[in-house]
Design a protein around this ligand. Structure first.
Ligand SMILES: *Cc1c(COP(=O)(O)O)cnc(C)c1O
Length: 372
C-alpha cells in the first residue's frame, strides 16, 4: 500500500485463472508503455490495419469489415444487435446461459419480436432442435453464443447456421470467450456477424472488443433506411475511420490498441492451430486433476466443453466461496464463482493464453490441493 509520502500504485500480482479478465500476455503489457500518438498518425493507422489482419486470422474470415471497437465485449454485442437487429424484425435466440440472456435483453430493447429457445445451462443445441426452432419462427436474424462463459459449454454453431441459411436468415455469434483459444472459424461455420473481446482468449487487457461482418450482412446494413439507435457503435460511421479517408468518429486508446496488436502477434507467431492445441492439452490436464479431486463437471458431454474454461461443482462439504478466498489469500490465484442460477454452486477455472501450459496447470492444481 502507498504510504503518506509515496503515492505510487502497486497492484498485486495475481494469477488470473478465471474466465476473464485473464493474466495478460507479457508482450501486450510492454507494448502499452509505447508513446501515445494522434488518432490519424500513420503509425496508428498501420497498427490498426495490422490488428484488422490479425483479427481476420483468429476469426477465420476474409471479411473486409473486421474492426476493433472501443468497448468491452458487451459493447461489441451491442454493436452487433444495434446494427443488425431492426425494430419490427423477428429475432430468434438460442439461450443456455447468462450471456445468451444478455443478448436477448439487448434485442428486446431494439423493439424486435424476440423468440427464445431455452435449454438447461451446461447443454448445447442439437441440429434437430436448431432446425425445428428456426423453421417454426421464420426469423430474419438468429443468434447464439459459441462459448457460454457462464456454463463452460461450447457450441460450434454449424447446426444453427445450416438451419438459418435455409431461410436466408442472418446469423449473429457471440465469440467473446472462444476467440484466440479454440476454433471459431466464422467463414467455415457460416456466421454473418461475430464479435469478441480483448481480455479472454486473446489475453490482453479489457477495454477493446472486435467485430467481423460478412459482405452479405454489410450490404444489408447499407440498405437499412433508418439509422441505428446507437451513434457510438454505428458501424457505418466507424468504418469511415478505419478506411480512407479515416474520418474522426471517436478517440481510440492507442495503448490498448498496441496491446491488442501484440496479443495478436503472439497468436500469429505460435500459429493458431498450435495455440488451440495448447489450450486443449491444458484443459485435459486440468480436468483430469479436478476429477481426481472429486470436482464434478457442469458440462456432461466432454465434446461440448470449452478448452480454456473448466466449470465444476466442488466436492461435497467444500464451500466454493471459502475455497476461492483461500486461493487468493494464500496463493494469489483468482478463479471465478458461478453467475445467475449457478451463483454459489460452481467454480469457473480458466486456463487462457500464458496460463495454458503444463507448468501453470500443475501450479494451479497443487495450490488447489493445498486449499482443500
Ligand atoms: C465476457 C463475455 C461477454 C461480455 O464481455 P465484457 O467484456 O465483460 O463486456 C459477453 N459474452 C460472453 C460469452 C462473455 O464471456
Amino acid at each position: 500500500m502507498p504510504t503518506a509520502n509515496d503515492t505510487r500504485l502497486r497492484a498485486p500480482k495475481r494469477l488470473l485463472f478465471g474466465p476473464g479478465p485473464v493474466t495478460v500476455e507479457p508482450r501486450a503489457y510492454e507494448a502499452m508503455r509505447q508513446p501515445v500518438v494522434g488518432i490519424r498518425d500513420p503509425f496508428l493507422l498501420q497498427v490498426m490495419d495490422e490488428i484488422r489482419t490479425g483479427l481476420r486470422e483468429v476469426f477465420g474470415t476474409k471479411n473486409q469489415m473486421t474492426f476493433p471497437l472501443s468497448a468491452s465485449g458487451s459493447g461489441a454485442m451491442e454493436a452487433a444487435v444495434g446494427n443488425f437487429v431492426r425494430p419490427g424484425q423477428k429475432f430468434a435466440i438460442f439461450t443456455n446461459g447468462h450471456f445468451s440472456n444478455r443478448l436477448l435483453a439487448m434485442a428486446e430493447r431494439q423493439g424486435t419480436k424476440v423468440f427464445r429457445r431455452e435449454k438447461a445451462w451446461g447443454e448445447v443445441f442439437t441440429e434437430a432442435e436448431a432446425r425445428e426452432f428456426i423453421a417454426e419462427t421464420q426469423p430474419e436474424v438468429v443468434a447464439f453464443v459459441q462459448g457460454e462463459t457462464s456454463t463452460g459449454a461450447y457450441q460450434t454453431g454449424k447446426a444453427i447456421t445450416a438451419a438459418a441459411k435455409e431461410i436466408n436468415a442472418l446469423v449473429i455469434a457471440d465469440c467473446v470467450t472462444t476467440l484466440g483459444a479454440m476454433p471459431v472459424e466464422i467463414d467455415a461455420v457460416g456466421v454473418d456477424v461475430a464479435f469478441s473481446c480483448s481480455q479472454k482468449g486473446l489475453s490482453c487487457p479489457a477495454g477493446l472488443s472486435a467485430i467481423s461482418v460478412s459482405p452479405r450482412a454489410w450490404e444489408q446494413l447499407q440498405a437499412r433506411k433508418e439509422d441505428p439507435f446507437t451513434w457510438y457503435l454505428d458501424l457505418k460511421l466507424i468504418a469511415k475511420y478505419f478506411e480512407a479517408p479515416h474520418v474522426y468518429h471517436h478517440t481510440p486508446c492507442p495503448p490498448l490498441l498496441y496491446a491488442l496488436h501484440q496479443g495478436l502477434a503472439v497468436v500469429q507467431e505460435e500459429g493458431l492451430a498450435a495455440r488451440w492445441e495448447r489450450h486443449r492439452h491444458a484443459h485435459e490436464q486440468l480436468m483430469a486433476g479436478l476429477l481426481e479431486l472429486r470436482f464434478e463437471p457442469v458440462v456432461k458431454n466432454p465434446n461440448d466443453r470449452l478448452w480454456h474454461l473448466a466449470t465444476v461443482r466442488p466436492p461435497a462439504g467444500v464451500d466454493e466461496a471459502k475455497l476461492r478466498a483461500r486461493l487468493t489469500e494464500e496463493h494469489d490465484i483468482e478463479v471465478a464463482a458461478g453467475l445467475g442460477e449457478f451463483a454459489g454452486k460452481i467454480l469457473r477455472i480458466g486456463t487462457m493464453g500464458p496460463l495454458a501450459t503444463t507448468e501453470n496447470v500443475d501450479l494451479f492444481l497443487s495450490a488447489l490441493r493445498a486449499c482443500l
